[in-house]
Design a protein around this ligand. Structure first.
Ligand SMILES: C[S@@+](CC[C@H](N)C(=O)[O-])C[C@H]1O[C@@H](n2cnc3c(N)ncnc32)[C@H](O)[C@@H]1O
Length: 217
């Protein structure tokens, strides 16, 4: 039987996490290419535009083949570094979007990156929460370490309907759960933009390290 992306991602309540195999065997695993700009992407860009600033040094975590990284250029004047755990995804992304710096990173394992601490003024994690759910503390630690004072974090995420989530529901099941986790990890919530709670529920959350100074821009 032909495998689809669920066989590599989450199946029957278990996180399989075979992302390299997935990108080797499935051309467009998340059905991103050809769907155009989905509403969750528009929501994420809208909430970033609403910050009334442009970004200079941006890190995208879990970028896949780079479609959303490329949309981020609409709010970025400087450079974008985009990362994914899959070397195959990174290879495909480099071919598609040569203007972006793609590299391989396991955000659930990494403690130290090849950047100065507090280097980025925007860190983005789009549709990647479930992939790193059991490593959230580590991932949030990475965000705090590499966000500049006044820097912002964007988490854009799809949520299932109540009762539908078989994997990780005790860790995070709703946008409110995620907000609480972020606050517990030392972030303050700046903005939340949610799409249809009844179907295709997404939340685009902008947060900043608590106690950080406001950006002057
Ligand atoms: C649903 S895709 C999201 C792609 C893109 N951000 C978007 O919004 O269209 C999730 C991506 O996270 C990547 N991923 C999974 N675990 C990861 C990890 N530990 N560190 C970095 N990326 C990871 C997967 O390979 C996959 O490309």
């Amino acid at each position: 039987m032909t495998k689809d992306y669920h066989d590599y991602f989450i199946k029957d309540g278990v996180h399989i996490g075979q992302y390299e195999e997935m990108y080797q065997n499935v051309e467009d695993p998340w059905h991103i290419n050809g769907q155009g700009r989905r509403l969750d992407m528009e929501a994420a860009l809208t909430v970033l535009r609403h910050q009334r600033r442009r970004f200079d040094k941006v890190l995208d975590i879990g970028c896949g083949t780079g479609f959303f990284s490329n949309l981020l250029r609409e709010v970025v004047d400087g450079q974008i570094w985009s990362s994914d755990i899959s070397a195959m995804a990174v290879r495909k992304a480099r071919q598609r979007y040569p203007g972006i710096n793609f590299f391989v990173l396991d955000a659930g394992q990494a403690v130290e990156l090849e950047f100065d601490d507090h280097f980025f003024d925007l860190i983005v994690m789009a549709q990647t929460l479930w992939c790193v759910l059991e490593r959230l503390d580590r991932v949030f630690g990475l965000f705090r370490r590499y966000l500049a004072p006044g820097g912002l974090l964007l988490i854009s995420q799809h949520f299932l309907q109540p009762g539908e989530q078989a994997y990780g529901a005790k860790i995070v099941a709703t946008p409110d759960d995620l907000l609480r986790r972020l606050e517990g990890a030392g972030f303050e919530i700046r903005d939340v933009l949610e799409t249809n709670r009844r179907r295709n529920h997404h939340a685009a959350i902008v947060a900043a390290p608590a106690g950080g100074q406001e950006d002057a821009a």
